[in-house]
Design a protein around this ligand. Structure first.
Ligand code: FE2
Ligand code: FE2
Length: 137
């Protein structure tokens, strides 16, 4: 069973953003799947790296549009992205030093599930009407 399922609650109605969010949910579910099926450190690392690298791509896309259209809440939004990136980087360091401990990754995926849900629904959805009013679709 997936850890997180896509639902209309997540929709910003901006196609590129919604597609990226769907992909993030998919990559998070892959991490979860690696934990559930005890796939081992190598596969787990690969799933994590994929998620982290796509998260960076996604944050860059959002920040590009918010900058381009002078979104008033850009600084606050960016700070949320930066805090998350730092937390995940710290985790990756900790995980690299640990023995193969799926529980560590499970903890992270549960944290990411709630972070992603709260951030999309509570923070990303706030820029949606603004960016749509500037012509994004
Ligand atoms: Fe987002
Ligand atoms: Fe965001």
């Amino acid at each position: 069973m997936p850890l997180l399922s896509w639902g209309s609650l997540f929709e910003t109605k901006i196609t590129e953003i919604d597609n990226q969010h769907k992909k993030l949910v998919e990559l998070l579910n892959q991490v979860h799947d690696a934990v559930q099926n005890k796939k081992g450190k190598e596969i787990m690392n690969k799933a994590l790296t994929d998620l982290v690298s796509y998260t960076k791509t996604h944050f860059a896309t959002e920040e590009k549009y918010m900058t381009q259209y002078n979104y008033p809440d850009l600084a606050k939004h960016k700070k949320e992205h930066e805090d998350l990136a730092k937390k995940v980087a710290d985790f990756q360091q900790k995980y690299a030093k640990s023995s193969d401990d799926p529980l560590l990754v499970q903890e992270l995926s549960i944290f990411l599930k709630s972070w992603l849900t709260n951030h999309i629904v509570g923070t990303d959805k706030k820029y949606a009407p603004f960016l749509i009013s500037k012509g994004l679709k």
